[in-house]
Design a binder for this molecule. Structure first.
Ligand code: 0L1
Ligand code: MG
Length: 261
């Protein structure tokens, strides 16, 4: 039986994040039999610690929403984590490589909710009806685990590798765009690194929010008006290096960008 508490594991992961120090995945020694349900309990402790340190939640994020990532992890369901206010970088801003362990970037669409959404059985159409705006985003993920080497419960406990996010300044009503077809190009230093369409995210980014609402319902929680939700990578995640200029262009949503110093 494990003698280490969920709170202690959460503290261990948070310390790794704050010290920019990668650690061996928790399922290799600390909690070898960790399952998905218990991993979310550790994530909850991590969220509580961050709230206690004075940070506030901007909104939840979905991860592992592409078929490629799900196959790679051998999972049938995406995962969620939380974005906090201190993770938000202004559009056009500069991040410092020394603030990270081994950051990667991916291009996403973010949903800004106008109404609460409560599962179960929420559909993509219901999500679109409850969404005030969508905007482009670049998510910077930074697993606390050595070499991004983790199992599904490990990454859930680690707040789905959340690290930073840059939201673009263009907001549009969801009905003005066909989000399934939204073409997305991720470039670094002017070189295209990956591209995709909105359908890469569970067939339609709104499906990602619907699935999130249904997953949260299992815990008796709901999505609330005003939350900004990252729906998952349309592109793959690309490693960042010192001096990079990163840009994503999303058809109809414009450009979002940042530099790495
Ligand atoms: O946002 C994401 O899709 C990341 C989920 C966690 C998996 C990873 O770190 O690659
Ligand atoms: Mg992501």
């Amino acid at each position: 039986m494990s003698t280490i508490s969920n709170k202690e594991i959460a503290r261990f992961l948070l310390d790794a994040e704050l010290e920019r120090k990668d650690v061996v995945r928790i399922t290799s020694d600390k909690v070898p039999n960790l399952n998905v349900e218990d991993a979310y309990l550790i994530q909850e402790e991590l969220v509580k610690l961050k709230l206690k340190e004075g940070h506030s939640i901007v909104g939840p994020k979905m991860g592992l929403t592409s078929l490629a990532k799900m196959k790679q992890m051998n999972v049938e369901e995406p995962i969620y984590g939380y974005i906090f206010d201190n993770m938000v970088v202004p559009d056009g801003g500069t991040i410092s490589l020394s603030d990270f362990i081994h950051p990667k970037v991916e291009a996403e669409v973010a949903f800004i909710l106008g109404k609460d959404i409560e599962g179960p059985s929420i559909s993509g159409a219901q999500v679109l009806a409850a969404t005030e705006y969508v905007c482009p985003a670049l998510e910077i993920i930074d697993s606390r685990y050595e070499n991004f080497n983790f199992t599904l419960p490990d990454v859930i406990a680690d707040n789905a590798s959340s690290s930073k996010v840059v939201f673009g300044n263009t907001v549009r009503k969801p009905e003005e765009l066909d989000l399934e077809l939204i073409g997305t190009v991720l470039s670094i230093n002017g070189e295209i690194k990956d591209l995709g369409a909105g359908a890469a995210v569970l067939g339609h980014p709104a499906n990602s929010v619907a699935m999130l609402a249904n997953m949260l319902h299992r815990k008796g929680e709901k999505l609330t008006a005003g939350q900004v939700i990252l729906t998952g990578g349309i592109t793959g995640a690309v490693h960042l290096s010192y001096g990079d200029y990163v840009s994503a262009k999303l058809d109809g949503l414009g450009e979002v960008h940042f530099s790495v110093g």
